[in-house]
Each structure stands twice: as structure tokens, then as C-alpha cells.
Write a protein of this length. Structure first.
Length: 199
């Protein structure tokens, strides 16, 4: 899962929301002494992020989606699916929430801004760019997807052209969309139960 899905699955809990975003910058055990400045709820957000990743990486519905891209992208198929799942989340937004997408984005940006003091420099840079360029909106259109895939191309120097995943997505759109809905329904329930059990 990519940024939008992780933040969406944090529900209305701001500490979990931040922890979910912070996880990419946390290495090793959550309870390591270097993380003692973080609250229990923020740590739960880090744990939730890792559980989301584990379920996504191992679920058969997601593996079905990866197979669509595996011939062209090999080991990078999982990255392609992570990005495209954010697109399918926007496409199916009203299936999973009553909160308007135009209200969700500023709420998330405002909530995360409260945690600037806890952000490592790399995350501060990422967050500022996220807000400035409204990353959560980016995957709505092919233009935004193309930009995102171009960004991945610049990071994966020797990999395939990630932009070529977009026409493959359209060729298999209904299939991928159906798989996404089935998986995300399971994932949303899983995350909701995790948050309830860690209050």
C-alpha cells in the first residue's frame, strides 16, 4: 500500500495517522529505546503500518494483481500495484467511507502538521512536498500516475519504465478493480479491529 491507503486506514486517530506515515523512517524494533520519545499510540500507528504491509504482501488477491504486471515488471510488480491501489481507492472512495475526499485531504494534512516536531528531516521534506503538491490527489488521473511513475523511474535507475504500467492497468481495469475491492474490504476491517483493540 502507498501513502493514501496507509493514511486512510488510520481512521480518525491522529497519533496512529502520524505513526503510519513515520514507519518508513523507523528501523528495527518499535520499542527500541531510540523511540522512547514516541507515545504508545504513535507506536501503534507504526505497528499498524507494518501489519498492513504484511497482509498486502502475502494475500492471494494482491498476488493476483501482481501477476498482471509480473511479465513486464518482474520484482517491481509489487511497487506498481502499491501505487495503483491508491488510484483504485480514490476510484472506489464512496464504497469505503462517507467522508468526502475533498474533506479528507486537508484534514490529514492539518493533522500531520501537528507532528512536525517529531518528524526526522527526511520526513519533514517529504511531508512539505506532499502538502505543496497535494500528493493524495495525484493518483486520480493518468497524468498524476504518470508523474508518480516517472518519480519511481528516477529512483529505480536500472529498472523498467514504470509508466508503462498505466496502459496495462487500463487493459485489465475491471479485473484489477474487482480484486482491489475484495482485498481492501478485508484490509479495512482488519485495520479497524486493530485500532479498536489498541485503544
Amino acid at each position: 500500500m502507498n501513502y493514501l491507503a496507509h493514511l486512510f486506514l488510520s481512521e480518525q486517530n491522529e497519533d496512529i495517522l502520524f505513526g503510519n506515515l513515520l514507519e518508513d523512517f523507523i528501523h528495527g524494533r518499535v520499542e527500541h529505546p531510540r523511540n522512547q520519545h514516541l507515545s504508545a499510540e504513535i507506536k501503534n500507528g507504526i505497528k499498524l503500518h507494518r501489519r498492513i504491509d504484511t497482509l498486502t504482501d502475502t494475500h492471494e488477491l494482491v498476488k493476483d494483481c501482481k501477476r498482471v504486471f509480473s511479465v513486464s515488471f518482474g520484482k517491481y510488480a509489487s511497487i506498481v500495484v502499491d501505487v495503483l491501489f491508491d488510484h483504485f481507492l480514490i476510484h472506489n472512495w464512496k464504497t469505503f467511507t462517507n467522508e468526502d475526499f475533498e474533506e479528507f485531504r486537508p484534514r490529514v494534512y492539518q493533522s500531520l502538521n501537528k507532528y512536525i516536531v517529531f518528524m526526522p528531516p527526511e520526513l519533514t521534506t517529504l511531508f512539505n512536498s506532499m502538502v505543496k503538491h497535494d500528493w493524495l490527489m495525484a493518483y486520480t488521473s493518468d497524468i498524476g500516475l504518470d508523474r508518480a511513475m516517472s518519480g519511481l523511474n528516477s529512483k529505480i535507475k536500472s529498472g523498467p519504465d514504470m509508466r508503462l504500467s498505466i496502459p496495462i492497468m487500463h487493459e485489465n481495469y475491471d479485473y484489477l478493480n474487482s480484486k482491489f475491492i475484495d482485498f481492501f474490504t478485508i484490509l479495512q476491517t482488519y485495520c479497524h479491529n486493530f485500532i479498536l483493540s489498541h485503544r
